[in-house]
Design a protein around this ligand. Structure first.
Ligand SMILES: [Fe+2]
Length: 311
């Protein structure tokens, strides 16, 4: 249609969309156009602001490569990733869920490790952490034989793939749940870490006066036929960034009770000083087990990244 005034633009775009043969595509795009046009009308977007917005979108692509995805980082920083997660899990958003964000650091082929074994594969200073995790279905029945990947950052805030000081696959392991649906392992208490701020996400955070820290957490990915693949994180309850996670990943259900033990014998004889324990129960929902695409495939070479901290 020939446009007479700004009032006609939305109708013109929606009319062309009517040709699309895919119903779901049409539904999503129609809502997107309506909301996008309404948003522009509501804020009365100026030409300069529009140019700046285009620059942000171009920057997302320009700052994305084989080992970094700026678009995922932006989705997290706007709360979109967590919204998608909570709308698609926990009985489609009706109930509490163990599901959480995958994050950018999952690698395939973590070393298979016996229950009770350690995932500390090179000297990693920090307080020892002993984890017991249970996997159950919605009815509370143990999920036996689930394959569970575990991975986390070091007490210095680096994943092994970022850090030449750590052995390949340090603080990563793959476990299989026993007949009671349990896994257990020894590690080191993780630390939080900053997300990169050299691209559009950094500009967004600076404009909002936000810091760029994620609170400390353990990552879990559990797979078993008949269940939806469970991707989860369990957050450290004494972390000062719990309330202001730059990726909005922290849900009430996934704040773990990391218990500090002082002057108590540890489960291993070589532990000296304070140590921590974590017991946590995950719920797996019925569904299709499908592995996500691994965001990274190997260890970075060269120096540790120098990621500044925003105050
Ligand atoms: Fe992480």
């Amino acid at each position: 249609m020939i446009i007479e005034s700004q009032k006609d633009v939305t109708a013109a775009v929606l009319a062309e969309l009517a040709r699309a043969p895919d119903g779901r595509f049409k539904e999503i795009m129609a809502a997107f156009i309506r909301h996008l046009h309404d948003f522009i009308r509501e804020v009365k977007l100026t030409e300069e602001e529009f140019q700046a917005a285009i620059g942000y979108i171009v920057g997302l692509g320009q700052h994305t490569n084989a080992t970094h995805n700026e678009a995922v980082l932006m989705s997290g920083s706007l709360g979109v990733s967590t919204l998608i997660c909570l709308l698609n899990n926990g009985d489609r958003g009706a109930t509490e869920t163990s599901a959480n964000l995958l994050g950018p650091f999952w690698r395939m082929h973590s070393p298979p490790t016996q229950n009770g074994g350690s995932i500390v594969r090179s000297p990693t200073p920090g307080p020892a952490l002993f984890v017991n995790a249970a996997f159950r279905d919605r009815a509370g029945k143990p999920v036996a034989g689930a394959v569970v990947d575990v991975w986390h950052s070091s007490p210095e805030g680096f994943y092994e793939n970022q850090d030449p000081v750590q052995a390949d696959m340090n603080l990563r392991g793959q476990f299989t749940t026993d007949a009671e649906g349990h896994i257990a392992f020894r590690s080191i208490k993780p630390a939080g870490y900053p997300i990169p701020i050299d691209g559009p996400v950094g500009a967004l955070l600076r404009a909002q006066g936000r810091h760029n820290m994620r609170p400390a957490h353990l990552h879990f990915l559990a797979v078993k036929d008949g269940f939806k693949t469970l991707i989860s994180q369990v957050y450290v309850d004494d972390d000062k960034f719990l309330e202001t996670d730059v990726q909005f990943g922290v849900t009430r259900h996934l704040v773990g009770d990391y218990v500090r033990h002082e002057n108590e014998p540890a489960p291993a004889a070589d532990v000296s000083g304070p140590w921590y324990s974590l017991d946590f129960s995950f719920v797996m929902e019925a569904g299709t087990s499908r592995l996500p695409r691994p965001p990274i495939s190997g260890k970075a070479r060269g120096e540790r990244p120098k990621i500044p901290h925003l105050a």
